[in-house]
Design a binder for this molecule. Structure first.
Ligand SMILES: Cc1cc2nc3c(=O)[nH]c(=O)nc-3n(C[C@H](O)[C@H](O)[C@H](O)COP(=O)(O)OP(=O)(O)OC[C@H]3O[C@@H](n4cnc5c(N)ncnc54)[C@H](O)[C@@H]3O)c2cc1C
Length: 376
């Protein structure tokens, strides 16, 4: 590997930016983005960093948290660490506490009400499991900081530069075709979300499908800036406070057949769920107004097992790396994505296992798979 090796990253979402910031110090990195930087799925993300609640290897969680802590204070970025309460529905806590991953601590309903002013009506819950190792960030600030770090090291990041194809000679990647002409490269990394399945179909089959999420921001009577983050498994919703004291509530994820034709707006059923079932849980939200509604006009990307695909697949041409299937967790996983791609491009060891990221774990690579929810 020499410093003159050129890596073209296709897509400047949070994945492409994390990859660029990892590789720019010792590579010539060019990021080509069809639209705006961090303007697609990434712009819709809630900024919830629920790493400790996710079924990720411990080493991924540790590495991602360390990276976010390290970046805190750089550029415009800040990472607010805050515990998350996963509510335990019903009157019986045992089944839930037994299944609580390591690190969670069970509190009864009465203990939760005493511990947090933010909770209002918890009558439907036995209690909740409180997790550390979680928090939130502003996704636009995070993306801008990764971009700044990459550009500071010489990366070129270009918006409105669509890649129209991969150039391969004798089974080896030699560059990309763009709407402005060909560009040579030693390595090409596709970080284009669900579109990668179609874009790379001539070279490798990727088992991914478009995945939609809904999110709204509610303005409470009084600031809930200090509220804990939350997770409600029967309604399949999560929430996080914002620094200005609002509460962002997200969830209701489902597969999409035709993302390009999907209406922009939040689904009526989700809006009703939030206003009628979720808002009463938190103080001063019941009469709160909806300040913002987010629904992806495009979509995130589901994989069959709910974990991402970050790999240089054996069946694909040499020099091609693929990042897709972030399954609603692409922001919190971006430190993993960036470092894993660095490892694949340079051959360096990664400080965490890569097995759970490999395409080879799927025997069936069709897109005709059942959705595996994070809540199950
Ligand atoms: C409502 C909602 C809430 C979410 N909340 C969270 C959260 O709280 N925490 C979390 O971790 N994750 C969250 N996510 C998931 C997260 O947003 C995604 O996993 C993440 O943004 C994926 O990033 P990406 O860079 O892989 O894809 P994208 O952001 O989609 O970026 C891919 C880029 O590739 C570009 N592209 C495509 N084709 C081409 C081409 N031919 N040439 C050049 N460029 C191309 C696209 O324009 C796009 O900019 C949420 C998602 C949604 C929808």
């Amino acid at each position: 590997m020499t410093a003159s090796e050129r890596v073209v990253v296709v897509g400047a979402g949070i994945s492409g930016l994390a990859i660029a910031s990892e590789l720019a110090p010792d590579h010539e990195v060019i990021v080509l983005e069809a639209g705006g930087v961090a303007a697609d799925t990434t712009s819709r993300a809630s900024g919830m960093i629920s790493l400790a609640l996710e079924p990720f290897p411990e080493a991924w969680i540790r590495f991602a948290l360390e990276r976010l802590r390290d970046l805190d204070g750089q550029g415009t970025f800040s990472f607010t660490e805050r515990e998350t309460v996963r509510l335990v529905p019903g009157t019986d806590s045992h089944g839930w506490t037994d299944r609580a991953p390591d690190g969670g601590t069970y509190f009864t309903q009465a203990e939760l009400l005493e511990r947090y002013d933010a909770f209002d009506d918890l009558s439907a819950y036995a209690g909740g499991i409180v997790y550390d190792g979680t928090g939130f960030l502003n996704v636009a600030d995070y993306a801008a900081t990764l971009k700044w770090l990459a550009e500071r090291e010489g990366a070129g990041i270009y918006r409105d530069h669509a890649v129209t194809g991969l150039r391969v000679e004798d089974g080896v990647v030699v560059g990309v075709e763009t709407e402005y002409g060909p560009l040579d490269a030693d390595h090409v990394v596709y970080a284009t979300g669900w579109r990668a399945r179609e874009q790379l179909a001539p070279y490798v089959e990727l088992p991914v499908r478009p995945l939609r999420w809904n999110a709204v921001v509610l303005e409470p009577d009084a600031s809930l800036a200090d509220a804990p983050l939350g997770s409600e498994p029967t309604m399949r919703v999560y929430w996080r406070p914002t620094p200005r004291g609002d509460v962002l509530i997200g969830g209701n994820e489902h597969l999409l057949e035709a993302p390009e034709e999907t209406p922009m707006g939040v689904q009526e059923s989700f809006r009703e769920l939030v206003c009628e079932e979720v808002a009463p849980l938190l103080t001063g939200l019941e009469d709160g107004r909806i300040r913002r509604e987010d629904c992806c006009p495009t979509a995130d990307t589901a994989s069959p097992d709910g974990l991402p695909i970050v790999d240089a697949p054996e069946a694909a041409p040499d020099g091609l790396t693929v990042v897709t299937g972030l399954h609603g967790r692409g922001v919190m996983l971006s430190p993993i994505t960036g470092r894993a791609v660095r490892s694949l491009v340079t051959g360096e060891d990664a400080p965490f296992p890569l097995e759970g990221l490999r395409l080879e774990r799927f025997d069936d690579r069709s897109a005709d798979f059942e959705y595996r929810s994070h809540w199950e």
